[in-house]
Design a protein around this ligand. Structure first.
Ligand SMILES: Cc1cc2nc3c(=O)[nH]c(=O)nc-3n(C[C@H](O)[C@H](O)[C@H](O)COP(=O)(O)OP(=O)(O)OC[C@H]3O[C@@H](n4cnc5c(N)ncnc54)[C@H](O)[C@@H]3O)c2cc1C
Length: 393
């Protein structure tokens, strides 16, 4: 029977990072993945440029039943550590938005960086490989890999979340957690576009492709980011972020003019340029098609400002500042960037990522109930949890 110090299930961001860290410590490490390529999500991420970290990362950028769980790993392996690694490999990067670092050329460079490091660290990477039963074997573990029994001192589960099944996502990690008595918190698609009712779809069709900066609020989350109209519904960073707070039936509020004090501005203009029309004012602040649509949806008439009463001005201000819509749903796992929920961290060490009751079994990365906001936080979690575990095994 072949024996390893550690077998890591999942050759994604967290699994590869854990593997190279453990490999450099002299451990015999094998990474197995059922996909034909390592790091498929990395390759697809950030529009092919991979937003590999966010310099502003703090535990507050993550959702989890235990908001303290991410503190230790994030503190020990920071965005600057990953940037150092990226620079050592000569990968050029750009800061597209404040703190958000993307590859200047291609996400392929991040995958090849990780695979190169794994090779240098003596890690064996097995792709297109099926993992069957995973069992405890005394102080260690035993697994079936492509039908053969393999013994390992430790098993690390780095199988990620459920989003984008075509990129290799599976519920394997959750099933394994349940098999060993761990709880799995409810999972749902997050960082995902909203769909709208068929009635709204018709009204939004003419706006498809338009983007504008808004503040989107849902539940206890509010994000100042661009919104994008698509032929299916509402997307863009503002909507993706809001989706992480959304549950069926909840409304999403949009402030279309977050930088404009609407009531004061309209009252002032009514006095100074009374013949100016509402539509012409709004058309200067928002894309024309959108300003016309908003006037139509709200039933406002495109009147001269002189004809607006104070109550009309208040209605326009609240209609633009807190426009509410009820999504029909989300686009679901097919396009979601992440999974909200996952393996309950209550039974896992935040220092080593070992299961408290079975210390030869570890869970890292997105399979855990730790989910980042949009902007490079999810990869930083994969790197930080991978390193912390790789150092502890
Ligand atoms: C389209 C898209 C774009 C994204 N863009 C960004 C971005 O720019 N920045 C950011 O921070 N985050 C981004 N994310 C999120 C990010 O990709 C994930 O949070 C991150 O990859 C999680 O790392 P992980 O190693 O835990 O899981 P993954 O990277 O998903 O790796 C899990 C691995 O496990 C393997 N696996 C699953 N089941 C099995 C099984 N049964 N047997 C063997 N292997 C298995 C999978 O094939 C996969 O290789 C994006 C996600 C998507 C879908």
């Amino acid at each position: 029977m072949k024996t390893y110090d550690v077998v890591i299930i999942g050759a994604g961001a967290a699994g590869l990072m854990c593997a190279l860290t453990a490999g450099y410590r002299g451990l015999r490490v094998r990474v197995v993945d059922h996909a034909s390529k390592a790091g498929k999500k990395i390759l697809m991420s950030g529009g092919g440029r991979c937003n590999f970290t966010n310099l502003a990362t703090t535990p507050a950028h993550f959702f989890s039943r235990n908001p303290h769980f991410s503190i230790s790993a994030l503190k020990r392996y920071t965005p600057h550590h990953f940037v150092e690694l990226v620079e050592r490999h000569g990968v050029e990067y750009v800061e597209k938005a404040p703190g958000q670092l993307f590859c200047a050329q291609s996400a392929k460079e991040i995958v090849s960086l990780l695979l190169t490091e794994c090779e240098w660290a003596g890690v064996e990477v097995s792709l297109s490989t099926t993992v069957g039963r995973v069992e405890r074997l005394g102080e260690g573990m035993q697994l079936e890999i492509d039908g053969r029994t393999v013994a390992a001192g430790a098993v690390v589960v780095a199988t990620g979340g459920l989003s984008v099944p075509t990129l290799g996502a599976s519920g394997f990690g959750y099933d394994l957690a349940r098999q060993f008595g761990l709880a799995v918190t409810e999972t749902r698609a997050a960082l995902v576009p909203f769909t709208v009712t068929s009635q709204w779809k018709a009204s939004l069709a003419s706006l498809s492709g338009l983007s504008c900066p808004v503040v989107a609020s849902c539940g206890d989350g509010a994000y100042r980011e661009p919104l994008l109209f698509t032929h299916r519904g509402l997307s863009g960073p503002a909507m993706l972020q809001a989706s992480s707070h959304w549950l069926p039936g909840m409304p999403v509020a949009i402030d279309w003019l977050p930088s404009t004090p609407v009531a004061e501005t309209l009252a002032d203009l009514r006095r100074r340029v009374p013949r100016r029309r509402l539509g012409s004012w709004l058309g200067e602040l928002l894309p024309k098609r959108l300003s016309q649509a908003l006037i139509e949806w709200q039933g406002w008439q495109d009147r001269p400002l002189a004809e607006l009463s104070n109550a009309d001005i208040d209605a326009v201000a609240s209609g633009l500042g807190a426009w509410q819509f009820k999504p029909a749903g989300t686009e679901g796992w097919r396009t979601a960037e992440v999974t909200m929920g996952g393996v309950d961290t209550a039974a896992v060490s935040s220092k080593t990522f070992a299961v408290d009751a079975l210390p030869q079994l570890y869970f890292i990365g997105e399979v855990l109930d730790v989910t980042g906001q949009l902007g490079g936080f999810n990869f930083q979690w994969a790197w930080s949890s991978g390193v912390a575990c790789g150092q502890a095994i």
